[in-house]
Design a protein around this ligand. Structure first.
Ligand SMILES: [Fe+2]
Length: 344
């Protein structure tokens, strides 16, 4: 692993993303971080802004003490702004928020208010800068995201199948679908970097079937590749059985049960990745503290299934599994969008 010492190409990467965001001198830019933010990324953001001749304010909030109960990782639901009304007010006055919170503001309670005030939020995922630099978004990613979003929004049903036995049906009518290409230049929108994926939050009672995870698939909450089979039964959105005898199944059963909350078992989002620069081996190459796993969410052709909160189905919970599955056939109204793990 690289030592966390500034590399010129890492500053370049931040500058490229901020340029895509069309950050301007006339805008109020806020760099938001917390006590546990990855310091080098905060510094790289500030160095890039300075090099671009853009002034900014830094808002640093304390990282909240962890709650008792299950350990939370990679949920995308930062609690750093809870109990920080002054900071939220400042963020609402901003044109651009460079979000360097540990979990990210994607699903934070305050995010809606900040976006409604017209700010755009550029989340820098809590990754090692080497990964960020490898995954600077390209213009192609935006085209791919737009196309995938259009297809998803027009479809009534998504099906996912695999030779391992996966057979899932998702009724997409009324689902909320978002394509993420890695930057935002529009007021009131949020993007995260890295990116290159589409996520859809299905309505209540629309996800049924079976998901059979096998060795080589990925559990991004635990930041490990599956080494054995985990056979999930899904009934009206809820995981009603976690089959499997190995460590992966045991860890998932135990973690889900630990929330003591039925909503922890429900579907959060479904979708797929299409970033050709994302590397499958990435989880092997970074220490757990050096990766947030966003690269694997965007891995081209993975079916990304997630449990946890889904505000569009009226469910809130702290737990969240992001579970990329490889080698699937994904179809929208019977038309393939991913074939044997490869985007069509
Ligand atoms: Fe997720």
């Amino acid at each position: 692993m690289n030592i966390d010492r500034h590399q010129p190409e890492w500053i370049d990467a931040f500058e490229q993303v901020f340029t895509l965001c069309k950050m301007r001198v006339s805008e109020k830019i806020v760099v938001l971080c917390e006590g546990q933010s990855r310091l080098i990324n905060v510094e790289l953001a500030e160095l890039a802004l300075t090099r671009m001749g853009l002034s900014f304010d830094r808002i640093k909030v304390p990282t909240p003490a962890p709650m008792t109960g299950p350990i939370i990782r990679s949920s995308g639901a930062s609690t750093a702004l809870s109990g920080q009304p002054d900071a939220v007010t400042q963020l609402c006055l901003a044109d651009v928020v460079v979000d360097l919170t540990v979990e990210g503001l994607m699903h934070a309670p305050e995010t809606g208010q900040i976006l409604q005030s017209g700010a755009r939020i550029m989340n820098v995922s809590n990754e090692h800068p080497e990964a960020l630099a490898r995954l600077v978004p390209t213009l192609d990613l935006k085209d791919m995201a737009k196309e995938a979003t259009g297809r998803m929004r027009a479809a009534k049903e998504m099906t996912v199948k695999s030779s391992a036995g996966t057979d899932l049906q998702v009724d997409l009518e009324g689902a909320a679908t978002v394509g993420v290409w890695g930057w935002t230049d529009r007021p009131g929108t949020l993007a995260h970097w890295p990116a290159g994926l589409i996520v859809s939050f299905p309505r209540r009672g629309t996800v049924n079937g079976r998901l059979v995870y096998q060795a080589g698939d990925i559990n991004l909450t635990f930041k490990r590749y599956f080494e054995g089979v985990v056979d999930l039964t899904l009934t009206d959105d809820f995981v009603t059985n976690v089959g499997g005898n190995g460590l992966d199944a045991r860890l998932m059963r135990d973690y889900l049960a630990a929330f003591d909350d039925p909503a922890a078992y429900a579907t959060s989002h479904v979708g797929w990745g299409f970033n050709p620069a994302a590397r499958y081996e990435a989880l092997m190459m970074y220490d757990k503290a050096d990766t947030n796993g966003t690269e694997l969410r965007a891995l081209a052709g993975n079916f990304l299934y997630s449990t946890g909160a889904n505000e569009f189905a009226g469910r809130f919970t702290r737990g969240h599994f992001d579970l990329p599955m490889l080698g699937c056939d994904i179809a929208l109204d019977g038309v393939a969008v991913v074939s044997n793990g490869v985007p069509v």
